[in-house]
Design a protein around this ligand. Structure first.
Ligand SMILES: *Cc1c(COP(=O)(O)O)cnc(C)c1O
Length: 705
């Protein structure tokens, strides 16, 4: 019989636990304060808990039976009798899809993500795992560690870094074909850089991560992959070569022959060239034939219409770094450079990895229907003889991994009404029609529990913040427990307009302080460490939380990450999303609120433009765009405030005899019924399999929508 600590150890080794709240709870219950101190990292709890104490707790909170049960469930999950993938993704079984991304957001204890792109990649792996789609993730292991956002008393953001010990993460060295830990090398100007290869398991999916802390590297190169999106353009292009070229070599070293490369953003675009180079140097293919083949087996997803979101490397810098690939391919460097140029004839123009990926892949897509349109318009310049609608960029709308984001209490309710295995049928609309027969009062009651939990977290974090900054304790409590609570959390950048609500302070103050119908606003979000305007936006919202008019009703929660996000999505009544249309490619935070019984209040941008049906949430404005930014902001502000004053707040406070807001709950149910089956990771991955992966794997034409 295995000992308890060995069984617990086994549970930590597969990131399956990240979407199993009951498994996370085992580690929490071992030692709650330790658990929170170590970023809710189960492996670290085990490494740091006193064995005698573990034994004592095992008896007190029944750790042993819970662990046995979790282990059995994990094994069942990892050895399924059949899966959707077995039936529908046959051609990928022997040759999986390689999913490249610069970041993966799987759990807050694995600090290799920054924001939306990473979380989406994490949800993609989890969705592929559930479906049994053969796929392997490829990324970088950033060694900088946890970046905690701390605000000072002036609400200026400081980024505090805390490195991790590799032993504290569920990683193991990936073993190469030669039976030894795999290492790969990449030629960079004047030297060769080596990377070690780690791997971890996300359910049934392997994720491999490259790490430049290799003894063969100079001190500087050891730090090459220290920071996600860190450093200057030189460091960026070197990181991208590491990801694309190194990632591709790592797959080969591990004996993984990928059928399809799915490249996310331009960051990994160099993989296209490396794959072709290998065919030329290893198999003697003609370079143009090799490039064609490589393109035929590559799918590219662009995730942002914001211009600054696409790297532009100066010509000289790109030439210096691409010379080895050109040489390996046996092509003039000028040909390689032309792949990344908007106007190839302009030999001084910069190199865009996004352009390389668009030109040299079989299929490209945006991440919502609207973003597909915007991308075709944006990149029409690459196909000047085509009409906009004929630009070969389609769309697959993002989805979220519901199990990761859903409150346990609601999962239990769904299990009771939709069946124990409802998650296996999550993409079936008919499953969700059963929501209508559920008792609104029951959902409402659960929402109150979740909201109370959120309040506790917000107040706790607020106390920490005040103590750290030597501020006196509050005289009046923060937030009104029963009030309509609206959440806003995302990266703070101007186009997302986190301060839109505050364009007219008196008007918003009057709205939220109405004693009959109070409103809480809970903000969270970070700015990129180098983004001064973003930090300025945090400061503005932060300072408003101290204004006597807002002090009790507006909160800013520090350190937005997966943990804070999960609590927000579960606890809020409504989620606010007010970007400047059409700059939000998709947006996924609002989707996480849906199954948690919250309503989306949003500009008709990204996914909301195709999701809103008039009654399943709220639309701010009607999707109009004005060339003048200030006019657009003013109109959107007016539309938002009017919507809150006239519709949202009155609806929330319109109660029946039992105190349930019937009309509000009617919308909540409609939101769940019409949205939960569509905007989830299973549906997203199925779309990729059918429309992109299978056609690419079988090299027939891609039928992208
Ligand atoms: C979902 C999520 C995001 C992305 O949400 P957007 O709506 O695209 O901004 C960013 N950060 C965290 C922690 C998330 O959970």
């Amino acid at each position: 019989m295995k000992k308890l600590d060995e069984k617990l150890q086994e549970l930590t080794q597969n990131l399956w636990w990240t979407w199993r709240p009951e498994v996370r709870a085992i580690f929490r219950d071992i030692d709650p304060s330790l658990y929170h101190r170590v970023h809710r990292n189960p492996l670290r709890v085990l490494r740091e808990v006193d064995p005698a104490f573990l034994e004592q707790r095992a008896a007190e909170v029944d750790i042993t039976t819970r662990t046995d049960r979790a282990l059995r469930q994990m094994k069942e999950y990892l050895n399924p009798l059949t899966t959707w993938g077995l039936v529908h993704a046959g051609p990928l079984l022997s040759r999986p899809v390689a999913y490249f991304c610069a970041e993966f957001g799987i759990h807050e204890s694995l600090p290799i993500y920054s924001g939306g792109l990473g979380i989406l990649a994490g949800d993609h792996l989890k969705g592929a795992s559930n479906l049994g789609v053969p796929l392997v993730g490829v990324g970088l292991l950033y060694r900088q560690g946890y970046t905690t956002q701390e605000l000072d008393s002036h609400f200026w953001q400081h980024d505090v870094n805390e490195p991790y010990e590799i032993e504290n993460l569920p990683l193991k060295e990936a073993i190469g074909m030669d039976g030894r830990p795999a290492r790969v090398s990449v030629e960079l100007p004047g030297r060769t850089v080596w990377a070690r290869v780690w791997e971890t398991s996300v359910g049934r999916i392997r994720l491999i991560l490259l790490d430049t802390r290799d003894d063969a590297n100079s001190e500087e190169d050891k730090g090459l992959a220290a920071r996600l999106y860190g450093g200057d353009q030189r460091m960026r292009i070197q990181q991208e070569l590491l990801l694309g070229v190194g990632g591709s070599r790592a797959l080969r070293a591990l004996g993984i022959t990928a059928s399809v490369y799915h490249l996310n953003e331009g960051h990994s675009a160099f993989a296209i060239l490396e794959r072709a180079r290998h065919r030329v140097q290893h198999d003697g293919l003609d370079p143009w034939q090799a490039l064609k083949e490589s393109a035929q087996a590559t799918v590219f997803t662009t995730h942002t219409p914001v211009d600054a979101g696409h790297d532009r490397f100066p010509a000289g810098l790109a030439e210096e770094h691409l010379a080895p690939l050109a040489q390996g391919l046996g092509l003039p460097l000028s040909d390689i450079m032309s792949f990344g140029r908007v106007h190839p004839e302009d030999t001084h123009s910069p190199f865009l990895p996004t352009v390389l990926a668009l030109k040299q892949s079989r299929a490209a897509n945006g991440v919502s229907a609207l973003h597909g349109n915007v991308s075709r318009q944006m990149w029409n310049v690459l196909w000047p003889d085509r009409k906009e609608q004929d630009v070969p960029i389609g769309h697959i709308t993002n989805g979220v991994h519901t199990h990761t984001w859903l409150a346990t209490e609601l999962n239990q309710l769904f299990q009771a009404h939709l069946g124990a295995n409802w998650m296996d049928g999550i993409v079936r609309p008919d499953l969700w029609t059963r929501i209508e027969s559920m008792d609104s009062a029951e959902i409402w009651e659960i929402k109150q529990v979740l909201k109370t939990r959120l309040m506790r977290l917000v107040r706790n974090r607020d106390e920490n913040f005040r103590q750290r900054n030597g501020m006196p304790p509050r005289d009046l409590p923060l937030l009104e427990p029963e009030a309509l609570t609206i959440g806003f959390a995302r990266r703070f950048v101007p186009y997302k307009r986190p301060d839109l609500l505050f364009r007219n302070l008196d008007r918003i103050a009057a709205l939220i302080n109405n004693p009959e119908r109070p409103v809480n606003l809970v903000f969270a979000g970070r700015a990129h460490p180098a983004d001064e305007p973003g930090k300025g936006l945090i400061q503005r919202v932060g300072q408003l939380t101290q204004d006597p008019r807002f002090r009790q009703r507006v909160a800013f929660v520090e350190n937005y990450n997966i943990h804070i996000g999960r609590n927000l999505y579960q606890g809020v009544d409504a989620w606010l999303n007010n970007p400047r249309r059409p700059l939000e490619a998709c947006g996924t935070s609002g989707m996480k609120v849906v199954a948690n019984g919250g309503l989306h209040i949003s500009i008709l941008d990204g996914w909301w433009a195709e999701a809103y049906d008039g009654e399943n949430g709220f639309a701010i404005g009607n999707g109009e765009i004005h060339a003048n930014q200030d006019i657009q902001d003013e109109r959107d502000f007016e539309a938002l405030l009017t919507l809150l004053e006239k519709v949202i707040v009155p609806m929330y406070y319109d109660r029946d005899a039992q105190g349930v807001p019937r009309q509000w709950m009617h919308r909540v149910k409609r939101s769940i019924r019409t949205l939960a089956w569509r905007f989830n990771a299973d549906r997203m991955v199925m779309d990729y399999v059918r429309n992109c992966y299978l056609p690419a794997a079988t090299a027939s034409s891609c039928q992208m929508p």
